[in-house]
Design a protein around this ligand. Sequence first.
Ligand SMILES: [Zn+2]
Length: 289
Amino acid sequence: MVPRRDQHVARVPEHVVVVVAEDADGVLRLPHGTPSKETLESLMSRKRVVGACRLCGAFGPLEKSHIVSKAAYRRAAQGPDGETPELGLIEITRDGVRRTTKQMKEYLLCRVCEDRLGNWERYAYPVLSQRDRVFPWLAACTTVAGQLADCSAMDVDVLARFLLSIVWRLGVYKAAKTRQESADEEFTRRYLLGQAAFPAQAVLSVTLLDPSASTLGRVDRLFTNLWRGGGNGFALYQVVILGADARLFMGAGVPQDFYSVCFARTKLVRVRPSDEFAREHAGFIGGRV
Ligand SMILES: [Zn+2]
């Protein structure tokens, strides 16, 4: 027996993209209420993909969002001034190394949320992009002691939201192999939406990879997928993006001394030579083809 349209649609779980076909008719019962006939007709005429925004939950047209911004792909491809841009990118996975021109995209966010994340990206990518070995974010920091540097001159709130938005997106897109724990994802989502403060049981540790004394080559033209680790009573979600190594620790068991270097709370970052990172990840980033 063919289900009626409303029965069929009612089984679609929240956050699943619903494509409104050109010939759709009747009233659709959608997860977040029933849009008016006019709204549906308008959406259908534009052949837009509609569904529930993964971040705010509002029903409406969805944007084909980059999971990692196209600014990151551009930066990875371009390299420093004076060098010939790469024709493609090199994707390194457990299964091997290959050239690719594919960028991760998905109908994920509504326009409002796409703009919300876009505003943070417009601030973050220029300070992450290292042209001629100048790392603008690092250049704006002042050394406090040892490896610690103070970022008070930067918009720390925007940078923290940007970094958590990368962790969050990499954990929720359809093909993600690594995800945040659902409770952690919810804390992150509400923080990104501005509905909650920075999660009380979370620490964001940021390490900037200093390229100034590099002899092994640059590490600022790569970004990673989400890495997952953790310890007793806490999870670690790590992303390295264009020379910034961001680690988000979440859970009741996050060691107390981690809080003293939480970027979101203290505006402090660690700074380490990029060659150290290159050595640790030689097998991972050295596989140029
Ligand atoms: Zn939204």
